[in-house]
Write a protein that binds this ligand. Structure first.
Ligand code: NAP
Length: 285
């Protein structure tokens, strides 16, 4: 069997088109959706991520304000900047790029962002809203994975009710919220982590596997149930320096029913959902 590809670039294009339309409808009402992107320090990977996010905003009718600061910025200065952005009516979403320099308490900074502008969905209020099923901003990466599942079967969606989903990884930004989102759709969810014994026995039962670990070949063909949906969140480099995921794509695509590639899978969807969240923040006013 050769799996169908879940094309994150194609789905992103479609969803970003809808964002651009909604942004122009807002502009017609005199509201320009605005995202502030705060970058502290010169982490090269963060600089690339931030550039991509800003460009995606510009391409889709969202005003973006990039604020780069030196790594020497103090925690108090950053908190003061977040506070000013919270009160700025032209800014609907605030993103503080992680990781922050070691002398800054990242969680403290995230908690300083107004939940109404928390478009990354990392604030405890956002996590709590997801937990109890209230409206709030969902973290962009797992939200993008859910949109991918919704896009299957020619847009009719993948029926999660009663299915077994295995999430490998339990970070606060990917694994845990992913598990909650799947649970909300009535899947039976297993969360795995570095201490999980016999991962293969669990993944072999799974109708959906989401790998969010950060290690190559965590999921190989012998670990996948035929026809399963495989979503690869991981971002790693192979020996040749090429971007690759957590899944052994070449092997697993022969067993799975659907599979996301890396690159061109979850990565573009993460940025797309940031645009969606920012637009929603602007629409909520
Ligand atoms: P993280 O905070 O490092 O979490 C990794 C998780 O993997 C942890 O829960 C860890 O378990 C678990 N783990 C480690 N080794 C394992 C193993 N051998 N078997 C099973 N579980 C194992 O990472 P993250 O921030 O969630 O990110 C995960 C990956 O996704 C990274 O490659 C990251 O770059 C990528 N990512 C991609 C996007 C995107 O847009 N495409 C967005 C975010 C993240 P413990 O909890 O027990 O330590």
């Amino acid at each position: 069997m050769t799996a169908q590809l879940i094309d994150g670039n194609a789905l992103s294009k479609q969803l970003r088109g809808a964002v651009a339309q909604r942004a122009s409808a807002l502009r017609a009402r005199g509201i320009v959706p605005g995202l502030a992107v705060v970058l502290v320090g010169e982490n090269p990977a963060s600089q690339v991520y931030v550039r991509n996010k800003v460009k995606a905003c510009q391409d889709n009718g969202i005003h973006s304000l990039l604020e780069p600061y030196p790594a020497t910025m103090s925690e108090a200065e950053l908190l003061a900047r977040v506070d000013a952005l919270n009160r700025d009516p032209a800014i609907h979403g605030i993103l503080v790029q992680l990781p922050l320099p070691a002398h800054i308490d990242a969680q403290k900074v995230i908690e300083a962002i107004s939940p109404d502008k928390d478009v990354d969905g990392f604030h405890v209020a956002s996590a709590g809203a997801l937990m109890v099923g209230q409206p709030g901003f969902w973290p962009c990466t797992p939200y993008g994975c859910m949109k991918m599942l919704e896009s299957l079967n020619d847009g009719k969606g993948y029926e999660l009710k009663g299915k077994h989903a295995v999430v490998i990884g339990r970070s606060n930004i990917v694994g845990k919220p992913m598990a909650l989102m799947l649970l909300q759709k009535n899947a039976t969810v297993t969360i795995c982590h570095s201490g999980t014994q016999n991962l293969k026995a669990l993944t072999l039962q799974a109708d959906v596997v989401v790998a969010a670990v950060g290690k190559r070949n965590v999921l190989t063909a012998d670990m996948v149930k035929p026809g399963a949906v495989v979503i690869d969140v991981g971002m790693n480099r192979n020996e040749a320096g090429k971007l690759c995921g957590d899944v052994d794509f070449e092997g697993v695509k022969e067993v799975a029913g659907w599979i996301t590639p890396v690159p061109g899978g979850v990565g573009p969807m993460t940025i797309t959902m940031l645009l969606v969240n920012t637009l929603e923040a602007a629409e909520r006013g």
